[in-house]
Design a protein around this ligand. Structure first.
Ligand SMILES: *[C@@H]1O[C@H](CO)[C@@H](O)[C@H](O)[C@H]1NC(C)=O
Ligand SMILES: *[C@@H]1O[C@H](CO)[C@@H](O)[C@H](O)[C@H]1NC(C)=O
Length: 130
């Protein structure tokens, strides 16, 4: 009896969690805003730039896929957070902590500045603020 009651509670709880997750499925691409600024450093004659990614969605993101056709950097990119570009011009910024209103960043060095745009968002389950 006690065991089945616990089982019932577990079912109810997991349904609540699943439905809550599904209510908040969508983050619009424009809810991640990208800004960049010169850091003040110059690397091999190129301006070092800091790219800021600001998550305005109420869901945490695992990462942001960026359009980055033709992107290059003189400075070595931090490969623990930045992957690409792929041959078809996609880059992936990975940050498991890209929670709401968190500002994530990465640096590169090139002139002129490369204007990234958001291609898609990678979002884990169950991490939205209600
Ligand atoms: C990138 O953005 C900057 C600032 O908005 C702008 O001045 C520049 O023309 C843009 N570059 C390209 C290639 O669109
Ligand atoms: C989220 O959970 C649902 C249901 O278990 C699953 O189908 C889906 O693949 C999950 N998505 C991610 C990104 O883990």
């Amino acid at each position: 009896m006690v065991a089945s009651f616990k089982f019932f509670i577990a079912i109810v709880l997991s349904c609540l969690i699943i439905s809550k997750g599904q209510q908040r499925q969508d983050c619009a691409l424009n809810q991640v805003q990208i800004f960049q600024a010169a850091s003040g450093r110059v690397i091999q004659g190129k301006t070092e730039r800091i790219v800021f990614l600001i998550n305005l969605c109420e869901c945490a993101l695992l990462g942001v896929e960026l359009n980055c056709q033709g992107f290059q950097s003189i400075e070595e990119l931090d490969r623990s957070v930045f992957l690409g570009p792929t041959r078809d011009g996609r880059c992936l910024y990975v940050n498991k902590n890209l929670i709401r209103q968190n500002i994530a960043r990465f640096t590169y060095a090139f002139d002129p500045q490369y204007n990234f745009s958001v291609k898609s968002l990678l979002r884990p389950n169950g991490t939205c603020i209600s």
